[in-house]
Ligand binder design. Structure first.
Ligand SMILES: *Cc1c(COP(=O)(O)O)cnc(C)c1O
Length: 411
């Protein structure tokens, strides 16, 4: 055991019985038998439910919670989330089909993202989905499509804010961006919205993702409300919706703490009365992806071979970056760090060692764990990557090297 090696905090999310991880109230070994093959993703339904309850506990009751389904578009997961949240945010025609198959009212589904095709736009208009307009050109195309369908499109303006969400894993607003309409151009665009036959709902202001600092999120909320109130003066009608984005992060790596949700909620409680005074009747929405689903999911692969090369142990598994690009460190990370990984059927293990878990791809990038301390594993053991419920399978190059795909189960 190497005491200097940083330990992962998040791995305690799941219960362990007789040194075996429990998922959805079942031993992982039993679940693996039931799934029938490795690798697979498993999502814990109860953990999804608990996470929404946690948010409801800390956020003001007026806040509407939306699920940004690109984080995990598995239809069963989206169905379950649809029963818990107040709306679904989609970013493609494919996601739109899954969202429209749920019980969610189509007027509570909103569609953001650059480059929407005419087919996507027509489907959204026909279904009554709210389109978050990413540009003036898109607005004109929406108006044409609405006229052709003889349906008044529901629209909101996605604003590219004139500020950034500080200390975000991924910045999606501020400066020049392919997302949204630059805040300074929004007043003119709102004039045009009034001329066209469009049913205006409000604004969508999304500034970033994967943020663990409450103070940064609080500052962004203050600036977002101020910007929305400023822009609302130019709107053709009173705002009905204001989507203030999300960006709530989860800890992936050693040393990362949890977001102080209580502080974020308390600040919103302070800000909301002023917002509702300036924008009477507005529905304030928060959209979250990974914060809702990431910690409820694991990725499981099986050790095919135990190999020692010049003193270093390699656990060669049947899973890898083709299913879980993010865990390999190749989905936007600047410096590769290990996701929390354990041997799922011997979590603590009698004997421990430093080992690397690799996949079957012919590239050194195919790394699930790089020299991590874990239970000594052998052929047939199950390597588990935690924090895998978001940006897992569908954010991975599944066709690369033509290996079999991974199954997904909601348990
Ligand atoms: C990706 C995205 C989200 C979800 O981000 P998370 O980090 O998963 O919460 C929400 N809204 C928009 C507009 C996005 O593009």
């Amino acid at each position: 055991m190497n005491a200097a090696r940083p330990q992962h905090a998040p791995m305690t999310q799941f219960d362990v019985v007789d040194d075996c991880l429990q998922v959805g109230g079942m031993a992982l070994t039993r679940l693996a038998e039931r799934v029938g093959s490795t690798p697979f993703y498993a999502y814990d339904r109860a953990k999804l439910t608990e996470r929404v309850a946690l948010l409801r506990q800390y956020l003001p009751p007026e806040i509407h919670l939306h699920y940004a389904m690109k984080a995990n578009p598995m239809p069963a997961v989206v169905q379950h989330m649809a029963s818990l949240v107040n709306g679904i945010d989609i970013a493609s025609g494919g996601e739109q089909r899954v969202a429209l198959d749920t019980t969610m009212d189509s007027g509570l589904i909103s569609f953001a993202g650059p480059g929407k095709s005419d087919a996507d736009l027509s489907c959204a208009i026909a279904a009554g989905v709210v389109l978050n307009m990413e540009s003036e050109a898109e607005m004109e195309r929406i108006a044409v499509a609405g006229k052709r369908l003889a349906i008044r499109p529901k629209v909101a303006v996605r604003v590219n804010p004139d500020f950034e969400l500080k200390s975000s894993g991924m910045k999606m607003g501020g400066g020049p961006k392919q997302f949204g309409v630059d805040a300074e151009r929004v007043p003119a665009m709102l004039g045009r919205v009034g001329e066209l036959d469009l049913d205006f709902y409000g604004f969508h202001i999304y500034s970033g993702s994967q943020n663990l600092k409450a103070a940064s999120i609080q500052e962004a909320h203050e600036k977002t409300f101020a910007l929305a109130i400023r822009l609302a003066a130019h709107a053709p009608r009173a705002l009905r919706t204001l989507n203030i984005g999300g960006g709530f992060g989860i800890p992936y790596f050693p040393g990362e703490g949890r977001l102080d949700l209580e502080a974020v909620g308390a600040n919103l409680k302070l800000l909301l009365p002023g917002v509702l005074l300036a924008l009477p009747g507005v529905q304030v929405q928060i959209e979250l992806g990974r914060y809702l689903v990431a910690e409820a999911g694991i990725y499981v692969s099986r050790v095919i071979e135990r190999k020692v090369s010049r003193g270093q142990v390699y656990l060669v598994t049947d899973g890898g970056l083709h299913h879980h690009l993010a865990a390999s460190g190749n989905f936007g990370q600047v410096i590769r760090k290990n996701y929390p990984v354990v041997i799922g059927n011997r979590v603590t293990g009698g004997e421990r060692e430093i080992a690397s878990a690799v996949g079957p791809l012919c590239t050194p990038l195919d790394l699930l764990a790089d020299q991590m301390e874990m239970a000594k594993a052998d052929v047939g053991d199950l390597v588990v990557v935690f924090q895998s419920g978001a940006y897992g399978l569908t954010a991975s190059p599944v066709a690369f090297l033509s290996h079999p795909g991974a199954r997904e189960v909601l348990v």
